[in-house]
Design a protein around this ligand. Structure first.
Ligand code: BGC
Length: 762
């Protein structure tokens, strides 16, 4: 049974009922209008006009995108001049931090650390609320299996269980124990639903999938976030099996509200209601508004079609006023929960400067860099680096502060970022020599597109020297140094919204740079910064060590220096499979088996590709989901199962002995996967069921125990998208415990009887 927020709010309900009675139809519709006056960082192509006047006349319920507390305060003053003095709620995209920017959400997922997710969200809420923000448009819980989609940067990756844990931890962090607390912010799960399954990774494209895939893969993170008490949800831009999510009655009104019992707010995405016209399902804004309202979308973001058309639609009998009452009720209840009727200024009473970017927040951000960095390869003990001698720091990102916050850090300032150069130079015993080596991109048109959010300093610049000159300088710098650290990857906006890519390789001159550095014979460490997985088999092959550092935010420089010079061990693990080539996409570790399985070498009439080298990477990608090395050396004992026959209703208990046989303390992410028995339908070959992050000193051993409910073995039995039916097939399951999705360390457990269940809801 899902825990439903609001259900016990009888006093608040009575208050809202009486307020609704006092409201005119126009005022009720006004509450459904969600506006942005625009500002520093635009997150859509249009903004609202006449916002102040609309607030004073009760025609706006919420505002987002204001970066200044003083301005927020004046808008609330305007709302206090309206007839009923209904407070505004203020929202913002707080995707991976407000002022203290943490690593990208995809990177945070790579920490596999629910405590870190909760702590970083808590800090984000403390900072955002001190700047007057009531609601955050996060977390993004869209499962994503295709790095061509630029919003993979915001997503928790390819796995449903990892994404679900992430969802619940972040909701807890944002909302705290009491949503009315001045430092709590309402979470908004987004984007409902299946946005991450955009066809061919092209942003805003439709998703097409079976009911079982929807229920098993894309829906559960939303259910987990709702169960954790998330107060709101955002509709997705995409169609799902042909139906635009902004008018999906079956999934919003039917499944979300009806069967699951979600009583929170549903927010449209930016002009998402109006886009029903472009989707070719509405003739005009009036029809778009009617459809979205009927589906259960409460807030109309930026488009103002509710504001402009609903009153006439009620008068002419096309819209039942009950729908407007219900939506308005949810808006007002959200404001009640946030404590805004008690004190409309409750999140405006602190001095933000005294709250944001505190030393402890920075310390958390610094630790997060180590927790999220994934060590893909480390040969010849090249890492950690000696804290003496000369390091060649090569690459356009090595001495950069404009890109390191990554995409969707709308309030984060590059000026607050610690660069990689600064982080390294803080280690006094090391000499750092810097060379640019290669531009991030060499195409001026592309650079312009990537500089979309920059007015002063540009994030993407093209050095006027030729690519050959840049490489020659880097090679000379490398030759005069003991070791090379080459920081390569994407520009900040090369991933993010509408930043889909078809070619996921490093830019040509960055690839040439890596090859030239390799040819110097110096030890070569690649630090890769990106908002998605890149395709880089040759560069991984060439380097002695590869650290996938994503974009690390405010404390990138210190955090990476900690990892590179061994103050701490990297403890990230891939939250996505690393592809060998773009042609394999979309890619996931647990796909369905074929009738002609690959057997390690290309063979005619077996599944696979003619043009991908043999080996595991041939079909499964270059490196598995869950992979990541540390400076410790972990050994797994065999999997032990408490009872090889699962008793009805009893969980499965499984354990391994884990030892750190290395010289350094480190964290291991112990992962438990299950594989299904023969059954009535084909199922994924393997699925993550649980994980634990365990820290061990050198020479230490610990028994790592898992208690897995039998429901974790269940699969959807859905016949339609909104069907929550689940079943646990009987038979013998594989239980694998190891360091990644390819582990062979397994045992079996038998489930003697099939059990059917209803997957939550009222
Ligand atoms: C994005 C949302 C975001 C909204 C408001 C849209 O373009 O899809 O994730 O919350 O803009 O900035």
């Amino acid at each position: 049974m899902l825990k439903v927020p609001f259900s016990a709010m009888t006093v608040e309900s009575a208050f809202v009922d009486s307020l609704l009675q006092a409201m005119t139809l126009a005022e009720k519709i006004g509450q459904l209008n969600l506006a942005t006056p625009g500002g520093e960082t635009l997150t859509g192509s249009t903004v609202n006009t006449g916002v102040r006047e609309k607030v004073r006349t009760g025609r706006i319920g919420s505002i987002f995108g204001i970066k200044s507390l003083e301005v927020i305060r004046t808008f609330q003053d305007d709302a206090m001049q309206s007839r009923l003095k209904i407070p505004l709620m203020f929202a913002e995209d707080v995707i991976h931090g407000q002022k203290t920017i943490f690593p990208l959400p995809l990177a945070l997922a790579a920490s596999w650390d629910p405590a870190l997710w909760e702590q970083t969200a808590r800090v984000a809420a403390i900072e955002a609320s001190a700047m007057g923000i009531d609601q955050v448009y996060a977390p993004v819980v869209d499962v994503c299996r295709d790095p061509r989609w630029g919003r993979m940067a915001e997503s928790p990756g390819e796995d449903t269980v990892l994404a679900s844990r992430y969802a619940e931890a972040v909701v807890r962090g944002f909302q705290g124990a009491d949503l009315s607390a001045p430092d709590a912010t309402m979470a908004c799960l987004k984007h409902f639903a299946a946005y991450g399954a955009a066809q061919a990774g092209r942003d805003y494209a439709g998703a097409d999938m079976s009911p079982a895939t929807f229920q098993d893969v894309y829906l559960p993170p939303f259910l987990a976030g709702i169960a954790a008490g998330a107060g709101s949800m955002m509709a997705a831009f995409n169609t799902l099996n042909g139906v635009p999510m902004h008018m999906h009655q079956g999934l919003i009104a039917g499944l979300l509200r009806g069967r699951i019992g979600f009583e929170g707010l549903v927010v449209s995405d930016y002009t998402g209601v109006n886009e029903l016209i472009e989707h070719n399902v509405a003739a005009d804004r009036a029809e778009a508004a009617r459809r979205a309202l009927a589906a259960g979308v409460d807030f109309d973001m930026v488009g103002e079609s509710y504001l402009d058309t609903l009153e006439a639609a009620v008068t002419s009998g096309l819209v039942d006023v009950g729908l407007i009452d219900a939506a308005c009720r949810r808006v007002l209840l959200a404001k009640v929960r946030l404590g805004l009727f008690e004190d409309p200024y409750r999140r405006m009473r602190k001095d933000p400067a005294a709250v944001v970017l505190g030393a402890d927040f920075r310390a958390l951000a610094r630790r997060a860099v180590a927790e999220t960095s994934v060590l893909l390869k480390n040969e010849n003990g090249v890492l950690p680096l000696a804290r003496t001698g000369t390091v060649a720091l090569v690459g356009a990102l090595g001495d950069d502060r404009m890109n390191l916050n990554g995409t969707w850090a709308v309030s984060g300032r590059p000026a607050d970022v610690v660069t990689i150069r600064q982080g390294m130079e803080a280690i006094n015993s090391v000499t750092v020599k810097v060379a640019r080596g290669a531009n991030l991109v060499d195409d001026a048109d592309l650079a312009n597109r990537l500089n979309v959010h920059d007015w002063g300093t540009l994030s993407v610049t093209i050095d006027e020297r030729s690519p050959d000159e840049l490489i020659a300088e880097a090679v000379a710098t490398a030759e005069g140094s003991d070791v090379v650290v080459a920081v390569v990857g994407e520009a900040r906006e090369y991933s993010g919204e509408s930043s889909s890519r078809t070619d996921l390789k490093l830019s040509l001159n960055q690839r040439r740079l890596v090859a030239a550095l390799k040819a110097t014979g110096k030890p070569l460490v690649l630090v890769v910064m990106a908002g998605r997985t890149l395709v880089m088999p040759d560069e991984i092959e060439a380097a002695d060590a590869v650290l996938l550092a994503w974009f690390g935010g405010t404390e990138t420089g210190h955090g990476l220096a900690d990892v590179l010079f061994g103050a701490t061990s990297p403890s990230g693990r891939l939250p996505v499979t690393l592809p060998h080539t773009e042609g394999q996409l979309p890619l996931v570790y647990g796909d369905l088996p074929t009738g002609r399985p690959f057997n390690g070498a290309f063979k005619k009439f077996l599944t696979g590709y003619l043009d991908v080298p043999v080996g595991r990477s041939h079909v499964d990608g270059l490196l598995p989901f869950g992979h990541g090395l540390t400076y410790g050396r972990f050994r797994y004992g065999p999997v032990r199962i408490a009872s090889h026959v699962a008793a009805v209703g009893q969980p499965i208990e499984a354990s391994v002995m884990l030892s750190n046989e290395g010289e350094r303390e480190a964290s291991e992410v112990v992962q438990l996967y299950v594989s299904p028995p023969p059954g009535p339908v084909s199922r994924p070959r393997r699925r993550l069921a649980d994980f634990q992050k365990v820290h061990l000193k050198p020479g230490e051993s610990r028994e790592v125990r898992f208690v897995v409910p039998v429901s974790a073995l269940s699969r959807s039995n859905a016949q339609t998208l909104d069907d929550l039916a689940r079943v646990v097939d009987h038979g013998t399951y594989g239980v694998f415990i190891g360091p990644d999705a390819w582990t062979g360390n397994g045992a079996t457990v038998e489930v003697p009887v099939e059990t059917a269940s209803y997957g939550g809801g009222k």
